[in-house]
Design a protein around this ligand. Structure first.
Ligand code: ADP
Ligand code: MG
Length: 444
């Protein structure tokens, strides 16, 4: 199958050719004809499957097909984060290189000036984060009454981040008649379906990968470690392959800052991105990492979400994510296009329960190995169902030990209950629990 056979115009085909895109990805094959035909669409596919072009190409084609005398935007793409807005905008500019589709981004954390100027001058295509877009709506600096196509990109994450009320307020400003609505998401939880029911008309649905799967080319490895030695172990692993580009995930903004500083102090070039950094800092960090100037990027889930980094060879979970699905999002960055990828998780007793949830979600064993010199003082109690098979440890063999304290193995959810790791609780106080992960964060 070729892009040509999907019904795309020669000007798009030429740009795609220059991008080196030869064959549409599965989501593109399915979505593009439906979007070109004007359908509403619910599209599900994991990270890295080419969703941007799946909505972007037919969107650009639609916009380029006629001139816009009104100066009012005709298409709106909503994204959860500023980085993603910038990235989608960059991608669409590349794809639309030979078309005339004026566009701009709207996001918080930067001054209003440039955005106001762009809006006054008039654009066809807006790529926006919900928070700042609402600011513009309130100031009357944007008129959404001419929107013909709405795209919700990473819709699941927008809801996770608490943007539902903002999205609804924005939707209330859009024309209801003759509007095409496209919703892209890695997963389709119930609230997404609700949103679709409420705001879409007879949506077609495409789902190209079973949800919560990751590329088969990724090696998932777990290194058990005592909490107080995590950082040392990270340094050890980074030092061992010093030039492997590595994305390190930490749970909190503070934690990722601190970690990046500590890495720098230890002689490892590292940058951090998270929501408390200025837009400029985030973009610089990302650019340095992408260019390879800084080999290690420490990120929180939200900041890293949706950022496309080609062929990332290694992801290290310094902290496991509080939500198992985020593991899939984190790891989605490696092993793309059949490349080999490595996903390493440093797991303390406190995180045994999270690891079990991840293993259950993936439906795949993990290779659990001790690292020489970092064997936990007390072997990790994995609970009733060990989360993975033991690999050959780098020192001696040491299978994960099952703990006999909880004999009622039939109910593993119960078994992971609150005191599954009472002994290690002391360290936890400042690490943050679920609310940290789920905290609302506006994209400003
Ligand atoms: P998603 O939004 O699903 O996470 P992206 O749209 O960011 O994925 O695309 C992931 C990567 O794949 C990008 O680097 C993009 O340039 C590349 N890509 C997308 N479509 C194709 C294609 N048809 N052929 C080759 N590379 C592609
Ligand atoms: Mg995307």
């Amino acid at each position: 199958m070729s892009f040509e056979s999907l019904g795309l115009s020669p000007n798009l085909l030429r740009a795609l050719n220059e991008q080196g895109f030869q064959t549409p990805t599965p989501i593109q094959q399915q979505a593009i004809p439906l979007v070109l035909a004007g359908h509403d669409l619910l599209a599900g596919a994991q990270t890295g499957t080419g969703k941007t072009a799946a909505f972007g190409l037919p969107l650009l084609q639609h916009l380029a097909a006629r001139a816009n005398p009104t100066r009012k935007p005709r298409a709106l793409v909503l994204t959860p984060t500023r980085e993603l807005a910038v990235q989608v905008h960059d991608n669409l500019r590349d794809y639309g290189k030979y078309l005339r589709v004026p566009s701009t981004t709207i996001y918080g954390g930067v001054g209003m000036g440039n955005q106001l100027t762009a809006l006054r001058r008039g654009v066809d295509l807006l790529i926006a984060c919900p928070g700042r877009l609402l600011d513009h709506i309130e100031r009357g600096s944007v008129d959404l009454s001419g929107i013909e196509v709405l795209v919700l990109d990473e819709a699941d994450r927008m809801l996770d981040m608490g943007f539902l009320p903002s999205i609804k307020r924005i939707l209330a400003r859009l024309p209801k008649q003759n509007r095409q609505t496209l919703l892209f998401s890695a997963t389709f939880a119930e609230p997404i379906k609700q949103l679709a029911l409420e705001f879409m008309r007879e949506p077609q649905q495409v789902q190209v990968t079973p949800k919560n799967t990751v590329a088969g080319t990724i090696a998932h490895r777990v290194h058990p470690v005592d909490a107080e030695r995590k950082r040392e172990l990270l340094l050890h692993l980074l030092a061992r392959d010093a030039r492997v580009q590595t994305l390190v995930f930490a749970r909190t903004k503070h934690g990722s800052d601190k970690l990046a500083r500590q890495l720098e102090n230890a002689g490892v070039r590292a940058a951090a991105i998270h929501g408390n950094k200025s837009q400029g800092q985030r973009q610089r960090a990302l650019a340095d990492f992408k260019s390879g100037r800084v080999p290690v990027l420490v990120a929180t889930d939200i900041a890293a979400r949706g950022i496309d980094i080609d062929q990332l060879p290694r992801v290290i979970n310094y902290d496991l994510p509080m939500v198992a699905e985020d593991y899939v999002h984190r790891i989605g960055r490696t092993g793309r296009n059949g490349a080999q990828g490595e996903a390493i998780s440093l797991v303390t007793q406190d995180e045994a329960k999270l690891l079990r949830q991840i293993v259950r979600l993936l439906g795949q064993d993990m290779d659990i190995r001790d690292v020489d010199g970092f064997v936990p003082k007390t072997p990790i109690r994995w609970g009733n169902s060990a989360p993975g098979k033991a690999g050959a440890s780098e020192g001696g063999q040491r299978p994960p030990r099952k703990h006999t304290r909880r004999p009622h193995g039939e109910n593993s959810r119960q078994a992971q209950g609150a005191h599954a790791h009472a002994g290690a609780g002391a360290r936890k106080s400042n690490e943050g629990q679920a609310p940290q992960q789920r905290r609302r964060r506006r994209s400003r």
